[in-house]
Design a binder for this molecule. Sequence first.
Ligand code: ATP
Length: 378
Amino acid sequence: MEDEENIEEELLLVESQLNGLQDKIKTLLDQQEELYERQAQLKAMLEISKTSRDASNSAPSVALEDWSGKFSWDSQADDTRFNVFGISSYRSNQREIINSIMSGKDVLVIMAAGGGKSLCYQLPAVLRDGITLVVSPLLSLIQDQVMGLAALGIPAHMLTSTTNKEIEKFIYKALEKGEGELKILYVTPEKISKSKRFMSKLEKCHHAGRLSLVAIDEAHCCSQWGHDFRPDYKNLGILKIQFPSVPMIALTATATSKVQMDLIEMLHIPRSVKFVSTVNRPNLFYRVYEKSSVGKVVIDEIANFISESYPNNESGIVYCFSRKECEQVAKELRGRGISADYYHADMDVVAREKVHMRWSKSKSQVIVGTGGFWNGNQ
Ligand SMILES: Nc1ncnc2c1ncn2[C@@H]1O[C@H](COP(=O)(O)OP(=O)(O)OP(=O)(O)O)[C@@H](O)[C@H]1O
């Protein structure tokens, strides 16, 4: 009897010790989880910090000053800049980039959005004999560029799924036979990867010595490490393989050193001269507002923010996560008197074009879009 009591007593003691241990184990496991989480955060921070240091430390492969000296085309370039493009002076790196292309180099340009990348290939396109091929990912952007160039009197066309037969015929004749006036031809990457007919005409153009320059806009789309990888961009390497003597310029606003290395490899431009301009844009700032949990209130707040902060109908973009949300938010904003259109990947090309055109001509104030609208519309 006494034995049993002793055993029970000890059992209670062991159980209480076990409970104590369980608590300690739980605390330790919680601690371990927290440490793992912090370890992952610190590793990610280190990776980001290294990547951005590499990007800012990576000096151009040829000293900048080598490209800012005197060149035989200086006066012609100045004349074209001023009298054709209406630009009174170059911005940072533009002249050097233009000089390196005019010298026949391949060039990689990393320049902030709105920094003036287009001039870097459009001006050499005008100066050099022959046709410049520009690959750009978005139809609406291409349309803007072609309209802008036409307004400057520069013969530019686009060959895309929306191009009519007559223009297509004109472009093919210009490529194949050098007939008609064509200086800059815009295509989407699909044209390069999917149209054998186009590639054969381009080959003929090159063979006749009329392909003067290849420009790859939004070049970060080549890399699957970039934020906007496009499978068709992966095939653009064919251009350097087929036309090795034609200088190539790859332009982007955002590329980590990993993306830069990737796109240099994919486009086959290992000797490219690299120009990195600052991505610091002091005119941009973030402001964070607490979001209400009530959907209607959120829309009211967005609508109030737009009408109070932008009373003169200045244009802007509202981003949403899903396509359905874009449509709903645009509708709600319209209901509150704000001219808003939605834009997302489920819409067909014509509908997207229409929205982009309305927005660029200030016929609608706000685009409600998914991330896809960001590309090229910064
Ligand atoms: N040297 C310059 N002086 C004044 N304006 C310029 C100069 N270079 C370019 N611009 C103007 O700056 C604007 C932005 O240029 P551009 O569209 O080429 O920028 P971007 O770098 O291609 O931007 P994004 O990445 O958004 O496509 C255009 O209106 C262009 O005419």
